[in-house]
Design a protein around this ligand. Structure first.
Ligand SMILES: Cc1cc2nc3c(=O)[nH]c(=O)nc-3n(C[C@H](O)[C@H](O)[C@H](O)COP(=O)(O)O)c2cc1C
Length: 208
């Protein structure tokens, strides 16, 4: 069965959410289509509803924004809900949510929001994958070093999707020390600020 994969990040190519979808698609032997919700020309509401009618599995991959979902992704889900409620579907929903901070558990509220949406739409809940320190995906090849556990989690998710199985959320963060992650984050934040004409002191003032 085909899988429809929707990315809810404004960062399309090169973004972390897209990275996870590409990796998952590879593990599904290419069986699945990836669309970006931000780009409305990529996936229409009609096409999404048709996928629900066909009983295709759905994968949402998105970044955590303010402990929740990006606003346009939430808007997409709200729009779809009105029509999805009237569709009888065997589609099962899978979720990959990644966040910038180290702790994977921070993604839990966003996952609960998606499951609530599934209940409202009458869709089956599959499994969620919560990835902490999402930016680490560019630090090593998938399956190697800090990304060994992330690779195993994606394999599990692919197996679940292939067998239309449900399961508890998998929480995973790269095998990398927290203090080093924070240290590197501070360095890159300062560098990004500088590129945009902001000093370290300016950033601190903005965050107050
Ligand atoms: C507006 C905004 C809000 C964010 N809020 C959080 C947050 O509450 N917690 C967190 O850990 N990361 C937060 N992040 C970081 C993103 O979740 C993180 O960088 C993610 O890996 C981006 O994925 P993407 O490349 O697919 O967009 C936020 C980022 C932005 C731009």
């Amino acid at each position: 069965m085909s899988t429809i994969m929707l990315c809810g990040s404004p960062h399309n190519d090169g973004g972390n959410s897209t990275y996870f979808l590409n990796a998952l698609k590879e593990k599904l032997n290419g069986k699945g289509e990836i669309y970006n919700i931000m780009n409305s020309s990529e996936i229409s509401e009609a096409a999404f509803l048709q996928a629900l009618i066909n009983g295709e599995n759905i994968v949402f991959s998105f970044p955590l924004y303010a402990d929740s979902l990006p606003a346009y992704f939430l808007a997409f889900l709200k729009k779809i809900k009105t029509t999805a409620e009237n569709v009888v579907s065997q589609s099962r929903v899978y979720v990959i949510v990644n966040n910038g901070f180290y702790d994977d558990v921070q993604n839990n509220i966003a996952i609960k929001i998606i499951w609530k949406w599934c209940d409202k739409c009458g869709l089956l809940k599959g499994r969620a994958l919560a990835v902490g320190a999402g930016g680490m995906v560019h630090a090593a090849p998938l399956g190697k070093g800090p990304l060994a556990k992330v690779d195993l989690a994606l394999k599990q998710l692919a197996e679940d999707i292939e067998n239309s199985r449900s399961g508890d959320t998998i929480f995973v963060k790269p095998s990398f020390p927290r203090f080093l992650y924070t240290f590197m984050g501070n360095i890159s934040f300062t560098a990004e600020g500088k590129k945009n004409g902001l000093s370290k002191a300016d950033i601190k003032t903005l965050l107050k």
